[in-house]
Design a protein around this ligand. Sequence first.
Ligand code: ATP
Length: 333
Amino acid sequence: MRVAVLPGDGIGPEVMDACLLVLDGLGLDIAFEKGDIGLACHGRTGEYLPEETYDLVRGCDATLFGAITTPKEKKYVSPLLMLRWELDLFANVRPAACLDPSICLRPLDLVIVRENTEGLYTRIEHVHPDKVVTERIVSEKACRRIVEYAFQYAARNGRKKVSCVHKSNVLQASDGLFQRIFYGAAVNYAFYNKIKSDDFHVDAAAMHMVKSPEIFDVIVTLNLYGDILSDEAAGLIGGLGFAPSGNIGEKHALFEPVHGSAPDIVGKGIANPIGMILSAAMMLEHFGRPELSKRIYEAVKATLARGARTPDVGGTTKTMDFAAEVAKSLKSE
Ligand code: ATP
């Protein structure tokens, strides 16, 4: 296996170093190959995503991505969005599980499967003198693909229910299409896999996630709703530093923490590396090594149970010290 490692900007390199320290302890037969991306890369090379990096990513089995800083430049297109489109990484998988009860606001254990290529992220905006009209695309193909992925994910991971989150009372044609396709697939999965299904308007889903999160197992939703709900979910399990994610396509997959480059804490060595470490765990699961992924999750939980905390959740543990503790837990398992 070959994995492209793109640390990026801000705390990206800090959490990536922590993640690689943990992976190092597993003695994996994986070649990790570093590539340049983001704002600092632009300063060095004049490009946010050099062709070299793109070739590296294409040639690897998966990518580990840290974070990038968004510049103020008007014509800027995020290299991360470019990678998602170019590699057709259509499914954004964002698990949110409470790792230690003392950190979580709610006892969450859910997975958000977010459509990653369409919706309001098309960047097609028509600027008129008195208004801006933004195109929002919801295609049958993308809906089928993401709905199938969500049910298959549920079946593979022993999840019991998939909830469709939409706003079909207002967006009747587009979100109505998504909802109809969802229930079309749900019939098969109920019959063959005993997976239940239901649906929620996005506003109600946001409320239920706080009030009664146990009603959710897997959520499948459109791009913008998934973006917002997954930050809400991250907040409930301790904050952005705890949330991993995977961008999955037919041929490639990219794993990254949900958080950004956090310029306000860069260079202090205090970033929470858990989102990055668990993103690597998701990658190992994707490679067909769920036992290794589980070991990393258990090691992170054990580290938290021993009281290690980065400052974002009131502790004093430094990024690399936290990673060293996780690596120590892995060895003692
Ligand atoms: P960007 O433009 O790169 O998305 P941002 O500051 O808008 O940057 P985030 O980087 O996600 O967005 O940061 C939001 C807040 O959460 C910041 O205050 C940041 O310090 C904090 N934060 C994000 N990730 C972490 C982390 N891993 N550990 C600790 N704090 C974090």
